[in-house]
Write a protein that binds this ligand. Structure first.
Ligand code: PEP
Ligand code: MN
Length: 264
C-alpha cells in the first residue's frame, strides 16, 4: 500500500493544517526529553522563534540503561502540551507501549513517533495502524530499506496511511560518530513510496556541530523535513546533551535551509 505506484504524485500529510511532503520543508525542533515546565516553555518559545512549525520532545524515553532517566511519562505530555499550545505548535512524541496509545490520544498528541528501537515492534505498529493520527516511523538501528518498508506496511494495512519515514542514521563499522546518516535512503524511499521522508541529523551524528552539515545534506537530497534536537541550555540537558543545538544555532540553521530546498 505504501508503494509509489498507488499514488504516483506523492502524498502530503497534514498535521493541524501543516503539510509534510510537497513544496515546503518542515522542521520539527525541540529537546530530546521533556524535563520541566520551564524547560519546555523556553524550548517552545525558541522553536517558534527559529521558524519551526512543529515541536518534538520525549516523555517516554527508550534509554539503553534502565538506570538512566526514563522520561516524565504522562506528566511530561502535560508539560509539553501546555508549552506548545502557547505557540500553536503541533507536538511530536514517542510512543513505546501500546498501553499508552489511548493516553496519547486523550492528550491530543498530534504526531506519534515510533522510535528506531521499536521499528519492528509489530504489535505496536498494528495498533498505530488503527488510529488516524500521523505517525513518524524511524528507521531501525540496523534495518534494511525493505524491512523499513514492511514496517510501514504494518501501519498502512490497518488503515492508517499517514506515515512519515524518518532516517536517523544506521549502525556500520564506523565508530567515529554515533550513526551513519544514510543519505541514499532519501531518494530510495521517495522513489519506492508515495510518502514523505524526513531526516533526524541529531541522532545520526550525535554531536551538535555535525547537525548543520547533515541537515543541509538531507534537504539537498530531497528530504521533506527534519527532526532536530534543541535545548535551551544543552550542557544541562538530561539526555543527549552533546547533540542538542542551542536556540541560536537552530535559528541560524533555519536561515540556510530555504535556499537549499529551492535549489533542488
Ligand atoms: C528520539 O528521537 O528521541 C530517539 C530516541 O530517537 P531514535 O529512536 O532514532 O534513537
Ligand atoms: Mn535524543
Amino acid at each position: 500500500i505504501v508503494a509509489r505506484a498507488t499514488h504516483p504524485q506523492g502524498s502530503v500529510i497534514r498535521v493541524r493544517g501543516i503539510p509534510i511532503g510537497g513544496e515546503q520543508i518542515q522542521v520539527i525542533g525541540g529537546p530530546c526529553s521533556v524535563e520541566t515546565q520551564a524547560q519546555m516553555d523556553e524550548s517552545a518559545a525558541a522553536v517558534a522563534a527559529a521558524g519551526c512549525r512543529m515541536m518534538r520532545g520525549g516523555a517516554f524515553k527508550p534509554r539503553t540503561s534502565p538506570y538512566a532517566f526514563q522520561g516524565l511519562g504522562v506528566e511530561g505530555l502535560e508539560f509539553f502540551q501546555r508549552s506548545a499550545r502557547q505557540h500553536n505548535l503541533p507536538i511530536v512524541t514517542e510512543l513505546m507501549d501500546v498501553r499508552m496509545l489511548d493516553t496519547f490520544i486523550e492528550h491530543e498528541v498530534d504526531v506519534i513517533q515510533i522510535g528506531a528501537r521499536n521499528m519492528q515492534n509489530f504489535d505496536l505498529l498494528k495498533e498505530v495502524g488503527r488510529v488516524n493520527k500521523p505517525v513518524i516511523l524511524k528507521r531501525g538501528l540496523s534495518a534494511t530499506i525493505s524491512e523499513w518498508l514492511m514496517s510501514a506496511e504494518y501501519i498502512a494495512a490497518g488503515g492508517n496511511h499517514n506515515i512519515i519515514f524518518c532516517e536517523r542514521g544506521i549502525r556500520t563499522f564506523e565508530t567515529a560518530y554515533r550513526n551513519v546518516l544514510d543519505i541514499t535512503a532519501i531518494p530510495v524511499i521517495k522513489r519506492e513510496t508515495h510518502l514523505p521522508v524526513i531526516v533526524d541529523p541529531s541522532h545520526a551524528g550525535g554531536k551538535a556541530w555535525m547537525v548543520p552539515a547533515l541537515a543541509q545534506a538531507a534537504v539537498a537530497a530531497g528530504a521533506d523535513g527534519l527532526l532536530i534536537e534543541m535545548h535551551p541550555n544543552p550542557c544541562e540537558a538530561w539526555c543527549d546533551a552533546d547533540q542538542a543545538l542551542t536556540p541560536a544555532e537552530l535559528k541560524q540553521l533555519m536561515t540556510t535551509l530555504g535556499a537549499i530546498a529551492q535549489a533542488v
